[in-house]
Design a protein around this ligand. Structure first.
Ligand SMILES: [Mg+2]
Length: 206
């Protein structure tokens, strides 16, 4: 079994970091909602609007990424994968650089460093290798890579990934939605999970 995983907002949780960055930028207060979505909405209502949101994203995905944390439950999920001999691959749509980042931090290297510092290659040793991390320049390439790698499952916080025209039908999709599924209408063939415990429930059901 090969389980494919998205990276941003699926493995790595930016919620607290976005809240901190938004407070530093003066667009949020301690009482503001701390989810990425809440911060995006606040930033877009601020005087700089989209430019403010671009700047916050540039910081979160680049020079400040080390302050983001691993989603709760992932460590247990990875240990279960080790027990079940399931291989893990990460397929992420990530550009080389953020559109607004004065430090020009290479985003893919920053993401790999973050995985390393979180100990992912250590506690998921054997099932997640450095060579199993794939970065793609567009969502279309990402979906093509998911197909090429022969994933059995794919877990992603963006339901749009599963709705791409070339998304391989044989790869079971799990929409990772910690705040519950919302936005675009949910397709019945796509499973959803609000936690990594629930993801494990789907993947290791039999
Ligand atoms: Mg994502």
């Amino acid at each position: 079994m090969i389980i494919g995983l998205d990276f941003d907002n699926t493995l790595i949780c930016y919620d607290e970091l976005f809240h901190r960055l938004a407070m530093e930028a003066g667009v949020a207060c301690p009482a503001s909602g701390a989810s990425k979505r809440a911060i995006r909405d606040l930033a877009r209502r601020s005087p700089g609007a989209d430019a403010t949101w671009q700047r916050l994203q540039g910081l979160a995905y680049g020079p400040r990424i080390q302050e983001a944390h691993l989603f709760p439950g992932l460590r247990d999920f990875f240990e279960r994968c080790v027990q079940e001999h399931a291989d893990l691959v990460v397929v992420s749509h990530k550009t080389e650089y953020a559109s607004d980042d004065a430090t020009r931090t290479p985003l893919r290297t920053a993401a790999l460093d973050w995985m390393d510092r979180q100990g992912l290659f250590h506690f998921a040793a054997g099932v997640l290798k450095r060579g199993s991390i794939h970065f793609c320049a567009s969502r279309e390439y990402k979906v093509a890579r998911i197909r090429e790698l022969g994933c059995t499952w794919f877990v992603d916080d963006l339901e749009e990934t599963f709705l791409e025209p070339n998304y391989p039908r044989e790869v079971r999709g799990i929409f990772f939605a910690p705040e519950g599924p919302r936005g675009i209408p949910h397709r019945p063939e796509i499973l959803w999970a609000e936690s990594w415990e629930k993801v494990a429930g789907h993947v290791f059901a039999d």
